[in-house]
Design a binder for this molecule. Structure first.
Ligand code: SF4
Length: 354
C-alpha cells in the first residue's frame, strides 16, 4: 500500500507535468525542503521579485512563502498573471509591526521636516506600506539592495525614513558610516521618537520593528562558534547590530549561498538565519559542515506551507478555482509598484528621483 507521502508526491509530479510551462512555482529559501523540491525557482526576496517581474510564458505563479512575498509578486505580475499563495494565512510579524496608518502618524508628527525624508520600506511589509512609500517618492528595498537604496537617497540630498526593521536599518546605516547617535527611532507602541531624539537633527529615522526569528541570535552564540578557529560566521542583517558586528559576514540569504559555495572546502560555517536556508545549504554541499549559529531557529509562517497545500493549489488552478489567489489592484498596486520600481531602477544604476 502506498504511503500518503508517496501519493502526494506522485500526484504533485503528475499535476506539475500536466501543467508544464503554464505555471511557475517559486519558493523562498525559508520554505521547507519538501516544498522547495517542487520549485522551478528558489531565491531570496529580491531574486523572486525580479522573477515575478519577468516570469516568461507562465500563465500563473505559485508563491511558496508568506503573504508579503506573494503580494509583491502580484504587484509586479499585474492583473493578467494570477499569483497564488498556498496558505493565505501565512504572514510575517515583522511586516505586521508597521501599518500605513502608523507610518502616516509618524510622518504627520514630523511636520515640515518630513519633506527632507524619503520613506523606504523593506519588502517585508504590507502592500499598503509600500504604497505609502511609493506615493511619497519613496522606495522598497531588500536586504541585498538596502545599502544601494539608502546611498541613493543620500545622494539625492535627502534622509532615509526606514521601516519596519530597526536592525536592517541600523546595520545598513553602519555600512554607510552613519553612527547610532545619528539615528532617530520611532516607536509605534509609544508614538515617541527615541534614539538620537526627534528626527529634525537626525541623519536617518528608523521604525522600531524586528523579525522574531533573527532576534534569537545573540553575541554569546557567536562567542561559542568562535571557539573553533576554522568556523566562519555569517549572519543575516535582520540580526541585531551587536551580533552583526561580531560576525565575519553579514548578508542576505543569496549572499550566504554564494559565500558558502565560494569558500575553501575546509571552512566550517555557522549561519545565523532561518533553519531552512541552512538545510538548503547542507543539501547543496553534503560534504561540508554547515551549522546554525546557536540553536536552530525557524519561522512559524514559512513552515505553514506543505506539499499537500501545494498540490491543492495546483489542482484548484487546473479547475479554474482561484480561491488562493492574492490580488492587489487600483491605486494601491500603482503606488506600491512605484516604490518597487524605484528600487529596481537604483539597482540598474539610475539615480533615485523621489
Ligand atoms: S523569517 Fe522573520 S521576516 Fe522572514 S517571514 Fe519569518 S518573521 Fe517575517
Amino acid at each position: 500500500m502506498k504511503t500518503v507521502e508517496t501519493t502526494t508526491g506522485e500526484m504533485l509530479r503528475e499535476t506539475k507535468n500536466r501543467l508544464g510551462d503554464d505555471i511557475l512555482i517559486a519558493a523562498h529559501y525559508y520554505a521547507v525542503p519538501e516544498v522547495k523540491r517542487w520549485a522551478d525557482e528558489i531565491g531570496d526576496s529580491l531574486e523572486l521579485a525580479q522573477l515575478a517581474a519577468g516570469a516568461g510564458n507562465a500563465r500563473a505563479l505559485v508563491f511558496c512563502g508568506v503573504s508579503f512575498m506573494a503580494e509583491t509578486a502580484a504587484v509586479l505580475s499585474g492583473p493578467e498573471r494570477p499569483v497564488f499563495l498556498p496558505r493565505l494565512e501565512a504572514g510575517c510579524p515583522l511586516a505586521d509591526s508597521a501599518t500605513a496608518e502608523g507610518a502616516g502618524r509618524a510622518w504627520t508628527m514630523m511636520g515640515p521636516v518630513a519633506r527632507d525624508f524619503v520613506p523606504v520600506t523593506y519588502v517585508n511589509s504590507s502592500t499598503e506600506l509600500k504604497a505609502f512609500c511609493g506615493a511619497r517618492g519613496g522606495a522598497t528595498c531588500t536586504s541585498s539592495s538596502a545599502r544601494d537604496v539608502f546611498a541613493a537617497v543620500e545622494e539625492a540630498g535627502r534622509r532615509v525614513f526606514f521601516l519596519p526593521d530597526i536592525n536592517l536599518g541600523r546595520n545598513t546605516a553602519r555600512s554607510l558610516g552613519i553612527r547610532d547617535e545619528e539615528i532617530s527611532v520611532f516607536d509605534p507602541d509609544t508614538g515617541d521618537f527615541g534614539g538620537s531624539g526627534a528626527p529634525g537633527e537626525a541623519r536617518m529615522l528608523v521604525w522600531k520593528g524586528s523579525c522574531p526569528v533573527h532576534l534569537e541570535f545573540h553575541p554569546h552564540h557567536v562567542a561559542e562558534a568562535r571557539k573553533d578557529p576554522a568556523t566562519r560566521i555569517a549572519v543575516h542583517p535582520e540580526c541585531s547590530p551587536e551580533v552583526c558586528r561580531l560576525a565575519d559576514e553579514v548578508g542576505s540569504t543569496s549572499h550566504m549561498v554564494r559565500s558558502v559555495a565560494e569558500s575553501p572546502r575546509d571552512v566550517r560555517w555557522a549561519i545565523g538565519t532561518e533553519i531552512n536556508l541552512i538545510k538548503h545549504l547542507r543539501n547543496l554541499h553534503p560534504h561540508r559542515t554547515i551549522d546554525s549559529l546557536g540553536p536552530a531557529r525557524s519561522c512559524r509562517d514559512m513552515h505553514l506551507t506543505t506539499e499537500t497545500d501545494l498540490l491543492e493549489t495546483l489542482a484548484e488552478f487546473e479547475r479554474g478555482d482561484e480561491s488562493r489567489r492574492v490580488s492587489v489592484s487600483g491605486i494601491l498596486a500603482r503606488d506600491a509598484l512605484d516604490a518597487i520600481d524605484r528600487m529596481l531602477r537604483v539597482l540598474r544604476g539610475e539615480a533615485l528621483k523621489p
